[in-house]
Ligand binder design. Structure first.
Ligand SMILES: O=P(O)(O)OC[C@H]1O[C@H](OP(=O)(O)OP(=O)(O)O)[C@H](O)[C@@H]1O
Ligand code: HPA
Ligand SMILES: [Mg+2]
Length: 180
């Protein structure tokens, strides 16, 4: 069972549902009357994206980008690779990047720079989890769900070596699983 590799459950499914409601309400108010495009960053953001978008009550489009910097390991390679780009023209629209976790900040800082060329009206970020202690690149995040400790995080879309994304809560991974 994948749950056997869990060290601690950090955020329960009830707390996650409550946070999505809270963030959805804020976003609906802040972007009222604007052309909003949610840009989910694959694959980690899928669970958060689906739960969050159901709590947004204003019209919005959804798009996905896939980038990768962690590969199958536990350390960022520092090189962000774009695997899938936006499908839609976002000129004049308000981009809200939907991300699962900000750790070193390398992925988001690269993405924000990359998206600047698209002439969107603005590029904001909603990030479910913030692992502040490991930040290398400072990056302003508009909406943050929870602070998490400097542990390897799994669950609710977040993986280690492509596993554990289907855990319904956010947890830390036992050290012996990834520190070999
Ligand atoms: O702040 P950083 O140190 O850059 O780390 C955060 C990024 O790393 C993870 O993605 P990953 O590259 O593992 O791809 P995945 O979403 O497919 O798991 C996570 O989903 C974030 O996108
Ligand atoms: O703690 C983490 N877990 C999984 N993926 C990640 N990408 C950055 N930090 C993490
Ligand atoms: Mg990953």
């Amino acid at each position: 069972m994948i749950a056997n590799d869990v060290k601690d459950i950090l955020i329960s499914r009830e707390e996650l549902a409550e946070k999505c409601k809270e963030l959805g309400a804020k976003i609906s108010k802040d972007y009222e009357g604007k052309e909003l495009v949610l840009v989910g960053i694959l694959k980690g953001s899928v669970v958060f994206m689906t739960d969050l978008m159901k709590e947004i009550t204003i019209p919005c489009n959804i798009e996905f980008m896939e980038v990768s910097s962690y590969g199958s390991g536990a350390e960022s390679s520092g090189v962000v690779k774009i695997i899938k780009d936006l499908d839609e023209d976002v000129t004049g629209k308000h981009i809200l990047i939907v991300e699962d976790i900000i750790d070193t900040g390398l992925t988001l800082s690269y993405l924000v720079e990359y998206l600047k060329a698209r002439k969107a009206a603005g590029t904001d970020i909603v990030c479910l989890l913030n692992k502040k202690e490991r930040r290398v690149r400072d990056i302003p995040v508009t909406y943050v769900g929870f602070e998490v400790p400097d542990e390897f995080i799994i669950g609710y879309g977040i993986d280690y070596a492509e596993k554990y994304r289907n855990l319904p809560y956010v947890a830390s991974l036992k050290d012996e699983v990834y520190k070999k």
